[in-house]
Structure formats: structure tokens, C-alpha cells
Design a protein around this ligand. Structure first.
Ligand code: HEC
Length: 130
């Protein structure tokens, strides 16, 4: 009689609070997994293809058009006429990365990535008139 009451009430309360705690943990974990599991996946699928794509026309308009013109034949500051150029890809990659020897053409090695420089060199080949 003396020890019956104090032990029974906490036992019932323990069971009840344990159930509540379990329910809360399940809810909290479920919600947490959803939020953490879905957000990065969604970001990945939209970001990765966009990052790899190089917009050569946009880079041309921002970085090169002032001297070479929209069609590569403007020749501002003595810029080479890209419609008539017979230079190979390696020469073009080098001049885009390091600039021209006379210093007129800017070096883009610190501005564009290696992939962008190669893509731009390939793009300058497309100006050539057949
Ligand atoms: C400040 C003016 C200027 C800008 C900006 C410029 N260029 Fe040039 N570019 C020149 C000049 C000048 C030459 C000729 C250099 C020489 O042969 O001495 C040249 C030469 C070239 C050549 C070699 C063609 C050949 O036949 O000799 C390529 C390729 C080229 N530029 C690509 C680009 C690209 C791509 C960009 C933009 C990322 C660019 N240029 C931006 C001035 C410029």
C-alpha cells in the first residue's frame, strides 16, 4: 500500500509520454528527411546542364564584338578579319588566352575558363566564308 501509488502513476505517465515522444520523433524525422532530401536534388537537376553549356554568342557580344564586330570582319584597332583568317585552332586558342603580341587584343586567360576559350576559338572558325 505504501509503495503502490508512487510507482503506478509514473509508470502510466511514462508509457503515455513515451508514445507521445515516439510520435514526435517520427514526425520530426519524416519532415526533416523530406526537406533535406528533396531540395538539393531539385537544385542539381536544374543547375548542372546550365553550368556546362557555354553561350559563345553571348561571350562574343560581351568580350569580342567591340574589335571584331558581329560578323568577325569589323577590324577595329587592326583586329584580324576572322572571315578571312586561315589560322588553326591552336593559334586561336593561344591568342585568345594570351592576347596578341602587340598587346592590342586583350588576354582572356584570366577572364574565361579553358573550356570557354576553346569554345570561342571554335566559334571564330565559323565566321570564315566558304
Ligand atoms: C581590343 C580589341 C580586341 C578584342 C576585344 C578582341 N580581339 Fe581578337 N584580335 C584583335 C587584334 C588586334 C587581333 C590581331 C592580332 C595580331 O595578329 O597581331 C586579333 C586577333 C584574333 C584572332 C586571330 C585571328 C588571326 O587570323 O590572326 C582570334 C581567333 C581572335 N582575335 C579572337 C578573339 C576573341 C574570341 C575575342 C573575345 C573573347 C577577341 N578576339 C577579342 C583585337 C581584339
Amino acid at each position: 500500500m505504501h509503495t503502490f501509488t508512487p510507482t503506478k502513476i509514473p509508470a502510466v505517465m511514462q508509457k503515455f509520454s513515451l508514445l507521445l515522444l515516439l510520435a514526435l520523433i517520427v514526425l520530426a524525422c519524416g519532415g526533416g528527411e523530406d526537406a533535406a532530401g528533396e531540395a538539393p536534388m531539385a537544385k542539381k537537376s536544374t543547375k548542372e546542364p546550365a553550368a556546362k553549356e557555354i553561350n559563345v554568342k553571348k561571350i562574343w557580344k560581351v568580350r569580342c564584338i567591340a574589335c571584331h564586330g558581329l560578323y568577325g570582319d569589323m577590324g577595329t584597332n587592326g583586329a584580324a578579319n576572322l572571315q578571312e583568317s586561315t589560322r588553326d585552332l591552336d593559334y586561336r586558342i593561344n591568342i585568345i588566352a594570351n592576347g596578341s603580341e602587340n598587346g592590342v587584343m586583350t588576354a582572356f586567360g584570366d577572364i574565361l575558363t579553358e573550356e570557354e576559350i576553346k569554345a570561342m576559338a571554335e566559334y571564330t572558325m565559323t565566321f570564315k566564308k566558304e
